[in-house]
Design a protein around this ligand. Structure first.
Ligand SMILES: [Zn+2]
Ligand SMILES: [Zn+2]
Length: 248
């Protein structure tokens, strides 16, 4: 049982970290700069850790920029206020994601103006159904070997869909439940203390207020774990946090 709990916790938090640190704060918002080799290392880690549910950074970045521009309007790719339940929202998000990748849906140039990290070979490999299935089989094999009984297998779908599941929790809860520090003209909310489990990503209200600020925590009782790690990486000169323009 301990092995399963460790595996689940590691997969949850590592996926979340690369989701937050690389896909969100780098690919979408360019909150820091880093060297080419380090960018590749973060890119590779995002793929390897997300595995079966790998989200292509450039498609993620475009969709996320749209989310900020159209927050909680009909053009928002994943506002909880236009769907009956979280599953429909996830399905709709997945369809847009696919349409971007196949070129079926044209991308408005305003969302590609800023830098988007790209690694075509890795994206093609990570996006292959075969690759995703291999990862899924590896998670299942781990459970077959270590799970004390079949009930534990109920956790497997979370491993299979880790990236989209975490995205859906943030997009659904972060625009529906909690309190607001700022009036942003949308439904973005903050959640504390449970937000700790989402490593700062549930401070959507704070983040929509200042989308280029790497620190999503604004009050003394708010805690943004990803930002704390980023501060550490910044002081080690692995990344360089960009200075933030403060709204007056
Ligand atoms: Zn949001
Ligand atoms: Zn954002």
């Amino acid at each position: 049982m301990t092995a399963i709990l460790i595996f689940f916790t590691l997969h949850w938090f590592l996926s979340l970290f690369f989701h937050s640190f690389f896909l969100h704060r780098y690919a979408s918002h360019q909150m820091y700069t880093t060297g080419k080799t380090r960018e590749k290392l973060f890119y590779f880690s995002t793929w390897f850790i997300q595995g079966s549910s790998y989200l292509v950074p450039s498609a993620y970045g475009v969709m996320h920029r749209m989310h900020h521009t159209y927050s909680d309007t009909e053009k928002d790719p994943h506002s909880p206020h236009f769907f009956k339940d979280v599953w429909q929202m996830m399905w709709h998000t997945a369809k847009i994601f696919k349409a971007f990748q196949t070129g079926e849906q044209k991308i408005d140039q305003q969302f590609t103006k800023e830098y988007l990290p790209k690694w075509d070979k890795l994206d093609r490999l990570g996006n292959k159904l075969f690759t995703r299935i291999v990862f899924g089989m590896a998670y299942t094999a781990f459970y077959i070997y270590f799970a004390p009984n079949a009930w534990w297998f109920l956790l497997l779908p979370i491993h299979f869909l880790m990236g989209p599941v975490q995205g859906a929790v943030v997009n659904w809860c972060g625009h529906k439940y909690g309190y607001s520090n700022f009036s942003n003209g949308d439904h973005s909310k903050n959640t504390s203390p449970w937000g700790v489990l989402l490593m700062g990503e549930l401070f959507q209200n704070n983040h929509h207020y200042a989308k280029n600020d790497a620190n999503f925590a604004k009050k003394w009782f708010e805690f943004d774990m990803t930002y704390i790690i980023m501060r550490g990486l910044n002081s080690l000169r692995i990344i360089r946090l960009k200075p933030v323009l403060v709204k007056v």
